[in-house]
Design a binder for this molecule. Structure first.
Ligand SMILES: NC(=O)c1ccc[n+]([C@@H]2O[C@H](COP(=O)([O-])OP(=O)(O)OC[C@H]3O[C@@H](n4cnc5c(N)ncnc54)[C@H](OP(=O)(O)O)[C@@H]3O)[C@@H](O)[C@H]2O)c1
Length: 325
């Protein structure tokens, strides 16, 4: 059966294979109270992994949820695996640890389990008020910046040495950018968070990560079905005949089939939901198995459909998605 955790070969400990995603642009995660309720529902449903990021604006609510469940005695802090990510406006090496300290305050914790560089693309320095996530130049264009990724990574390493992060990793890096980190680091990245869905297998990058000993975390594992920028004619996993047929034959939901598929390929998934019944459904995936033939059918759905293209940094010198992987 598929494991509930994967060992972090270059870091400390292990990462639970299903975590709760906490970002949305869709407006459902409005208030801190709603986010707190989602975190509490997830912990009650058995989640021990929550995926956060400084720019999501949801960390305060997650922190409240964690505190509530610790006070209730449902969990201890050490039972949880909390990820956060360094936002693009804080790549300046002097801001890296400062951002993490701000995150720790929001999450009401003394350390996080995984700290990732969110994107390789820096934006102009900003403070920690959260008022400006994507700064603009006078002409309305996005204000890019560039700090050598190797220098940013040195500060990520400093966060581990200071005891503020147990593990460090990267997100949305391509192979060449990852190699630069591997070649210049003393603490190697132990986790790569990238988009992976039934329509976007990202298989070459996954293979590379596995070779380097990085656990892969799949974001948008369900294909972000409600994304407002979904174009007419783009497929949805929830309407896919192959997935619907497998779901029917197994007596499971499409989301469970997709999540189970990812787990059986040896990666971690962080489906986002604010709906308690779906939060529960998305982690009830450890008691059934997809056959070799079912895995092959789902693998066959790949059509290289990346949905997170990060338009605000297209053209940036570190834009990651011009390379094939
Ligand atoms: N590193 C990065 O750059 C990056 C980029 C994007 C995302 N992420 C992370 O990855 C997480 C997941 O990605 P995502 O939120 O874009 O996409 P996703 O998890 O593929 O899809 C989330 C959407 O699916 C719906 N959903 C969840 N479970 C469902 C179920 N069982 N049945 C039907 N619908 C279901 C949710 O609706 P409800 O909430 O209404 O239930 C939500 O609208 C994010 O929340 C974030 O933590 C990271």
């Amino acid at each position: 059966m598929t494991s509930r955790t994967l060992t972090l070969s270059n870091g400390a400990g292990s990462i639970p294979t299903v975590g709760l995603g906490t970002w949305t642009v869709f407006g459902e995660l409005g208030s801190d109270e709603q986010v707190e309720a989602a975190a509490c529902a997830a912990i009650d449903a058995g989640y021990r992994h929550i995926d956060c990021a400084w720019n999501y604006g949801t960390q305060k609510g997650i922190g409240r949820g964690l505190e509530t469940k610790i006070k209730e005695g449902v969990i201890k802090r050490e039972d949880m695996f909390i990820t956060s990510k360094l936002w693009d406006t804080h790549h300046n090496p002097v801001l890296v640890m400062e951002e993490l300290k701000d995150t720790l305050k929001q999450l009401r914790t003394e350390y996080i389990d995984m700290f990732l560089i969110h994107w390789p693309t820096a934006l102009k320095d900003q403070d920690f008020s959260g008022d400006v996530i994507a700064p603009k130049n006078d002409d309305g264009s996005i204000a890019w910046a560039c700090y050598p990724l190797e220098d940013v990574w040195k500060e990520m390493e400093a966060c581990v040495k200071a005891g503020l992060a147990k593990n460090i990793g990267i997100s949305n890096f391509n192979k060449k950018q990852s190699e630069r980190i591997f070649n210049s680091s003393t603490i190697k990245p132990s986790n790569m968070q990238i988009e992976v869905s039934p329509y976007f297998s990202n298989s070459r990058l996954i293979e590379y990560c596995k070779e380097k000993g990085m656990v892969v975390t799949a974001y948008a594992p369900l294909g972000a079905p409600l994304r407002p920028w979904r174009e007419a004619g783009e497929p949805s996993a929830f309407e896919d005949k192959v997935l619907l047929d497998i779901a029917k034959s197994k007596g499971r939901s499409v989301a469970q089939i997709v999540i189970r598929y990812h787990l059986q390929t040896g990666i971690v998934v962080i489906p986002k939901s604010i709906t308690p019944s779906r939060i529960q459904e998305n982690i009830n995936v450890y008691d059934f198995e997809l056959s070799g033939d079912e895995m092959k059918q789902i693998k066959g759905l790949d059509r290289n459909l990346r949905v997170y293209k990060e338009p605000i940094t297209i053209g940036h010198q570190e834009y990651p998605f011009d390379d094939p992987y």
